[in-house]
Write a protein that binds this ligand. Structure first.
Ligand code: SF4
Ligand code: SF4
Length: 417
């Protein structure tokens, strides 16, 4: 049934589910429209528009699902401007699972892409999601091409790509033969930020573990696909990852977005095998925080903590970052209650205006927190973030963003580094 046909049909009685949005009706009606989530929504904070607030988005979903309203341009804009940070979910006293609702809305939009998106965008999405991300060798080859383009100054800084490192790309990671844990390496992070994985493995070894690497086919966890509503592809990738990480060793993930997605495989696939896999997944700092303390020196440095939304609102593991870095760094907190930085998967590319305004607020909060802190040689405050997307997004605004693992390597007593 097309959207055009729906527009010309008489509206059905209220509360008759149409099955247009694949959402749970009970979850959809759980919102009592109290508005307590509004201050925690980055898009509402920037625009002040009800249609760009969690409450407004849920109301729009209800109109489509329960009242037969069309999926029109206003609905698409309301859904696509959501960063999917889930700050609203964490703040909601009625426990509305906004993430599930938005996932259903994004799936419906992805299924209607041929009528709501330009052919340029559809080809770009197909190439990125279906061709490149699931094929790690192709992603690495394209990364080499991008690296040379960067050296020739052909990649504008506004694209937000980190400066790619030739030596990092050349040098493969080496897992331990008798591994007792696995470090998940994933897609974009392994291609663009492999040195973070290297730092994570150094810290894991200093903590007494023997980290191994995933087998073939763990090319991509599917987090970006799920974010974009490409649930079928996300499920296929999740199955591949599960197959490639057989056994019962803990799976340490140093990307907050990937970790959140992999902890959700049980729900995504609905199998006991997937649920058992998800139970093995642990964020890097979460894993480290419950082990005997590392031998760290007090660096005397001050660092501003940026909580990635998928670590704070989804995994609820942001406290672990503070516990592992606290002995070595003076940690400074932002005063924005963990508001999103505006990265959100491909959000910065698809919604550059809103994403930039959200980032400006985050940068201002970081600068306030760092007002009396240590600056690096360029004068930037040092920021710690456990998510590659946030690190790249904030790095493109000129901030010096490090991963907790990188800061820990700097602080390890020399004999342990
Ligand atoms: S999502 Fe939760 S906090 Fe937001 S308006 Fe609905 S009930 Fe209130
Ligand atoms: S997920 Fe984030 S951007 Fe989307 S409605 Fe909730 S708070 Fe706003």
């Amino acid at each position: 049934m097309t959207e055009i046909a729906l527009e010309h049909q008489p509206r059905p009685p209220r509360s008759v589910p149409r099955g247009i949005l694949p959402v749970d009706e009970e979850e959809l009606v759980a919102c009592v429209a109290c508005g307590l989530c509004l201050p925690h929504c980055p898009t509402y904070r920037v625009s002040g528009l009800e249609s760009e607030s969690p409450r407004g988005r849920i109301a729009a979903m209800r109109e489509v699902e329960l009242e037969g309203a069309p999926i029109d341009a206003a609905f698409v804009a309301s859904m696509e401007t959501c960063v999917q940070c889930r700050g609203c979910e964490a703040a909601c006293p009625s426990s509305v699972p906004f993430g599930h609702l938005m996932e259903g809305a994004r799936l419906a939009l992805a299924e209607r892409a041929s009528t709501t998106r330009s052919w340029v965008r559809r080809i770009a999405e197909w190439f990125g999601f279906a061709v490149v991300l699931p094929r790690h060798r192709l992603l690495l080859a394209l990364t080499w091409v991008t690296l040379f383009a960067q050296r020739l100054h052909l990649v504008p800084r506004r694209y937000g790509l980190p400066r790619l490192s030739r030596s990092s790309l050349r040098e493969p990671l080496h897992g331990d033969h008798d591994a007792d844990t696995v470090l998940f390496t994933g897609c974009v992070m392994d291609a663009w930020q492999r040195d973070v994985h290297r730092a994570a493995m150094t810290v894991m070894r200093a903590a007494g573990a023997r980290p191994g690497l995933p087998g073939r086919d763990a090319d991509c966890c599917g987090a970006l696909h799920a974010h974009a509503g490409r649930i079928g592809e996300a499920r296929r990738l999740a199955r591949r990852v599960i197959t490639s990480l057989a056994g019962d060793a803990p799976i340490v993930v140093d990307s907050a977005g990937c970790g959140a997605a992999m902890k959700d495989y049980g729900r995504l696939l609905g199998t006991t095998e997937a649920a058992a896999f998800s139970a093995r997944v642990v964020d890097f700092s979460e894993w480290l925080a419950v082990r005997p303390p590392l031998a760290l020196r007090d660096t005397g440095s001050e660092v501003v903590v940026q909580d990635p939304c998928h670590l704070r609102h989804v995994q609820h593991a942001h406290g672990a970052v503070r516990r592992v870095l606290g002995p070595a760094y003076a940690l400074r907190e932002t005063d924005d209650d963990g508001l999103c930085c505006g990265a959100g998967g491909a959000y910065a590319v698809l919604q550059p205006g809103l994403s930039g305004e959200i980032r400006n607020r985050k940068v201002a909060a970081i600068n306030r927190a760092a007002a009396s802190g240590r600056r690096d040689e360029k004068g930037s405050p040092i920021v710690v973030s456990a998510n590659p997307g946030c690190a790249m997004h904030l790095g493109a605004a000129g901030l010096d963003v490090r991963h907790p693992a990188e800061l820990l390597v700097e602080a390890l007593e020399p004999e342990r580094a």
